[in-house]
Design a protein around this ligand. Sequence first.
Ligand SMILES: NC(=O)c1ccc[n+]([C@@H]2O[C@H](COP(=O)([O-])OP(=O)(O)OC[C@H]3O[C@@H](n4cnc5c(N)ncnc54)[C@H](O)[C@@H]3O)[C@@H](O)[C@H]2O)c1
Length: 286
Amino acid sequence: MVQINKVGVVGSGTMGAGIAQLVIQNGYTAIMFDIDQETVNKAKIGIEARLDRLVQKKKASIDEITSAKQLLKSTTTMEDFKDCQLVIEAAPEKIEIKRSIFQQLEQICSHKTILATNTSSLSITEISGQITHSKRVAGFHFFNPAPIMPLVEVIQGLKTAPETIEALVEFAKALNKEPVVCMDSPGFIVNRVARPFYNEALRIMNDQVATVEQIDRIMKRAGNFKMGPFELQDFIGIDINFAATKSVHAGYYGESRFKPHFYQERMVQAGNLGRKANGGYYRYDE
Ligand SMILES: NC(=O)c1ccc[n+]([C@@H]2O[C@H](COP(=O)([O-])OP(=O)(O)OC[C@H]3O[C@@H](n4cnc5c(N)ncnc54)[C@H](O)[C@@H]3O)[C@@H](O)[C@H]2O)c1
């Protein structure tokens, strides 16, 4: 099995930075890439600040954090991935961007390097479509925030080799995560089972059965969820959540149980995207 020591991360946004942090906290080298220096610098500063907070909260020692920081390299040159045993792509959720990244990675890395994508909803099989050695391509789906959320979906595309899945499962365990293997399908497991959680809540609200606050409260109190469906949409980003719903709905050829709710689209049109912009179902400026 491939021995993973050095991990490339493509994209240093929310997920890429979180994954790079997780990798270095567990003693592996991370090479974090983004398309411009400013973005990658910002991500590095963010990771260092989060690591420093762990020391302040007494969740890690200064020595541990100093060693972790030394394992983080940032770059705007993809050639720096050439001796990575694993590259995890966390670029925007657009098929053409991901396919182009995988084609570049194929030119740079050894054909033994595992190429993984953190996609939430795109097909692994489609992303790897133009890759010659596609048996080493798989989904490696972390949840936000990656250093904290325990679950990782390890997704098998139609051409993914069992040894690729095995290596990713072992690596997920080495990162202290709980891997779940699943087949390449719209929404995989989590984003599929989560659709009714959001969609039905939107229908309940729109039918005036209960308010946003009431629905969130009952899901937390009675359902023992950490966040209600509206709080969670605000946290994820209503645009991101709406895109995932549309993708799962389209992926199952318009199956009605996955049908998006028009109100979510209205929120996106209004720019009410949740915590990141303008507030969403709740306000965050008070
Ligand atoms: N945000 C979440 O909660 C979440 C959870 C799980 C999975 N995901 C998936 O992770 C991936 C990244 O999502 P995110 O929320 O981190 O997005 P993001 O917008 O925060 O970050 C994307 C990063 O990719 C960079 N980028 C843009 N074009 C690029 C290119 N051509 N090559 C390399 N990098 C490029 C951007 O500069 C940005 O820094 C997506 O596939 C998304 O579906 C997101």
